[in-house]
Design a protein around this ligand. Structure first.
Ligand code: PLP
Length: 367
């Protein structure tokens, strides 16, 4: 099987697996004062320092959560209180659901945020929180975070950055960005599921909790943290970013030769991600056909009750019908040329078969 769905979950890195297994043998609760508790706490605090250092924040300003969905919700709940909220049009649902009444910042045809529109929205008055992701999960598009942060600062607004897909793939240096907060997730960078982190700028670090309880995380997130997940998270985060651009480019050449279009391909992108639209062929049909041939990818479009909902990301990029016809190929850290060979043996056949079933072979489209 070729696993090409890293943006959903990265394969576990060996160092993360070893750290998880070692931490599973610890019995103590990190809040307990006895030796067993202190041993567990040491693991958590060592991981906190390693992660804060890795992503350019201060350990005391890093809040552990269950994952990025919770970390985004906490940031938006705490920093959005009493502020107008503006979200990028291509943000993940974890952000969109936490700010259902937010104003939407448009993007261009490559999915890059319109910074003139941001300045305009911010000049319309009132304190604001802007949510802009560093890299998009469906297309890999990179946002101009430093420029957006400067515009936010000029207007007295806070910037929240979802760096889930960027972390582990490109350098993430929170302090240098000028943002108020930043989110990363363990399972998106080769750690286990069940841990995420919210990094806060020192000026806004004293936030209230969304989940209240025993006062853990300096009163910012109640509940006993998952010590093994946190240990694995930190171990995974120390890995160097993989070099995947040449494999991704090879996959794009194979797909384009078979009639696919690369969505957002002309913009700045992550090296591991490509979003491939096959005109006229529903995304879910492509995903299922590739899965039957041993290739795991995903679709931006969600299918519920037999009805395909087009990807809001691709729709915001103005891709029309293609928004329901695109799959995401996202290479994991351990991808090799064998994955490209498997894709080459499968994708063109799948494309020809599904297009023929629709009565739209490639030649007739090109005519
Ligand atoms: N933000 C982005 C950009 C994502 O891609 C995802 C997961 O798909 C999330 C947030 C949610 O992450 P988690 O699974 O850690 O809750």
């Amino acid at each position: 099987m070729s696993y090409l769905d890293a943006n959903a979950t990265e394969p576990l890195r060996p160092a993360a697996r070893a750290a998880v297994l070692a931490a599973l043998d610890l019995t103590g609760n990190p809040s307990s004062v006895h030796g067993a508790g202190r041993a567990a706490r040491r693991v958590v605090e060592t991981a906190r320092t390693a992660l804060a250092t890795r992503f350019g924040g201060r350990p005391q300003d890093l809040v552990f959560t269950s994952g990025a969905t919770e970390a985004n919700a906490l940031a938006i709940h705490a920093l959005g209180h009493g502020r107008r909220i503006i979200v990028g049009a291509t943000e993940h649902d974890a952000v969109r659901a936490a700010a259902p009444n937010a104003a939407v910042l448009p993007v261009d045809s490559n999915g890059v945020a319109d910074l003139a529109a941001l300045a305009q929205l911010l000049s319309e008055g009132g304190p604001a929180l802007v949510c802009l992701m560093m890299a998009n999960n469906e297309t890999g598009t990179l946002q101009p975070i430093m420029e957006a942060a400067a515009i936010c600062r000029h207007h007295g607004a806070l910037l929240h950055v979802d760096a889930v897909q960027a972390a582990g793939r490109i350098p993430v240096e929170f302090a240098a960005l000028g943002a108020a907060s930043l989110v990363v997730s363990s399972h998106k960078l080769g750690g286990p599921t069940g841990a995420g982190a919210l990094l806060l700028a020192p000026e806004v670090a004293a936030i209230g909790a969304l989940i209240r309880g025993g006062g853990q995380e300096r009163g910012r997130r109640g509940g006993t943290p998952s010590v093994p997940a946190i240990a694995g998270f930190a171990a995974a985060a120390l890995a160097d970013p993989p070099a995947l651009a040449s494999l991704r480019d090879a996959i794009e050449r194979i797909a384009m030769d078979a009639g696919a279009l690369v969505c957002g391909g002309a913009g700045p992108r992550l090296a591991n991600t490509t979003c491939l639209a096959l005109p006229g062929v529903r995304a879910d049909a492509q995903v299922i056909a590739l899965d039957l041939d041993g290739i795991a990818v995903s679709a931006g479009a969600a299918c519920s009750s037999g009805k395909v909902t087009a990807s809001h990301v691709l729709a915001a990029m103005g891709l029309g019908d293609l928004a329901g016809e695109a799959i995401r190929v996202s290479l994991p850290w351990n991808a090799t040329g064998a994955d490209v060979a498997a894709f080459a043996a499968t994708y063109p056949r799948m494309a020809a078969r599904l297009r023929a079933a629709l009565g739209r072979p490639l030649a007739s489209r090109a005519a």
